[in-house]
Design a protein around this ligand. Structure first.
Ligand code: HEM
Length: 359
């Protein structure tokens, strides 16, 4: 696993400029299937003409068409069988693209994990809307929600894999990428099952404001995660994912990583937040964040220190700082639950446990 020194990657400023998040990746999962029945041009005989007329008649009823390669084909409406997706191969393909020494700290893992979480964390248990099922972040306005700034990087990165597997849904691909990121960067094995069905239009988008606002306090964090159906322990376990990655001034407006090893998934986040002295730092964009007094490249969000200072939340920060095995077990359960919120499983889906490739 490759990562560069954190200090060398620090960016000055923190202007909080909002990036324009395009929707180049916002296309539906619909891929026409072209099944060919002959490789030869039809001969111009009367009997063939009859066959052609017959086929055209069928086409009107059922979707045959003569395509520009000179082949008779079936349209998708007729050939609606899905090919089984080789999820082990999809996992391997994701692992292939994780490392990049020119990106951030050397891995796309953190931003892929954030994509899986933001796709899932829109769930509302009361209305049963949102969640990873429809992959609605492909569409505006959800792609442009401020909380999703920077996730175009992750969505675009996965496009070639989506193109390779037309029958793989975006929701399955994004959540599987989150699983691969955690596992390959040193985290626990996360059981995963397919079954997400892509939405086909912006109608599947969720309203803005369903994801947490890092400038707010613990009550807001509870409101957001209780809405999804999580309890305090699960909330703390999930937030420990900030062992990975960093804040970007041009995405969230915050700046820096949560630890000196932002490409290693461990319980380090809990140790860092418990053991260091945190001081406020004003940002050039008018906001502020906490930084480690002795290593100000390492940061915490206002919401996180508010959570840490909450008596009920604190129990779990202390628990996970002391016990990585317990943390891994609880994270696994909570993350699986997160990525499955609102997914209409039939109940007979295979549960996959992927072998780590790059550890
Ligand atoms: C307490 C609730 C949470 C808040 C307020 C929060 C806020 C943030 C913010 C402000 C960023 C920086 C984005 C950027 O500038 O690039 C971020 C990044 C990140 N978040 Fe969270 N987050 C929360 C929960 C979670 C959860 C539950 C997960 C996953 C299970 C997660 C995973 C990540 C990851 C991996 C990154 C790094 C992304 C990268 O390096 O590009 N976060 N989060």
């Amino acid at each position: 696993m490759a990562f560069r020194s954190v200090a060398s990657r620090m960016t000055a400023g923190g202007l909080g400029v909002r990036t324009t998040v395009g929707v180049a990746s916002a296309r539906s999962s619909f891929q026409p299937i072209s099944r060919c029945y002959t490789t030869q041009q039809p001969k111009k005989s009367n009997s063939n003409k009859l066959v052609i007329l017959g086929l055209l008649g069928l086409g009107a009823a059922g979707g045959y068409y003569y395509n520009n390669t000179g082949r008779y084909s079936l349209s998708t409406s007729q050939v609606n069988q899905k090919k089984p997706v080789d999820y082990h191969q999809v996992y391997k393909d994701i692992v292939e693209i994780l490392e990049d020494n020119d990106y951030d700290d050397g891995s796309y893992g953190p931003v892929l994990l954030r994509l899986a979480w933001h796709a899932s964390g829109t769930y509302d248990k009361d209305t049963k809307t949102g969640g990873s099922n429809s992959a609605s972040m492909r569409f505006e306005p959800e792609a442009l929600h401020g909380a999703n700034n920077g996730l175009k990087v992750a969505r675009d990165l996965l496009e070639p894999i989506k193109a390779k597997y037309p029958d793989l849904s975006y929701g399955d691909l994004w959540t599987l990428a989150g699983v691969a990121a955690v596992q390959e960067l040193g985290g626990p094995t996360i059981p995963w099952r397919p079954g997400r069905v892509d939405g086909v239009s912006a109608e599947s988008c969720t309203p803005d404001g369903r994801l947490p606002d890092a400038t707010k306090k613990q009550d807001h964090i509870r409101d957001i995660f209780y809405r999804m159906g999580f309890d305090d322990q699960e909330i703390v376990a999930l937030t420990g994912a900030h062992a990975l990655g960093r804040c970007h001034p041009d995405r969230s407006g915050f700046d820096g990583p949560w630890s000196e090893q932002p490409t290693v998934f461990s319980n380090e986040y809990f140790k860092v937040i418990s053991e260091r002295k945190w001081v406020k730092k004003d940002l050039a964009n008018g906001g502020w964040q906490w930084v480690d007094k002795n290593n100000p490249t390492v940061m915490m969000l206002p919401a996180e220190i508010a959570m840490f200072n909450d008596k009920e939340f604190r129990k779990y920060f202390d628990l996970y700082a002391k016990d990585q095995d317990k943390y891994f077990a609880d994270f696994t359960k909570a993350f699986t639950k997160l990525t499955e919120l609102g997914v209409p499983f039939k109940g007979d889906e295979k549960v996959y446990k992927f072998e780590t490739i790059d550890a």
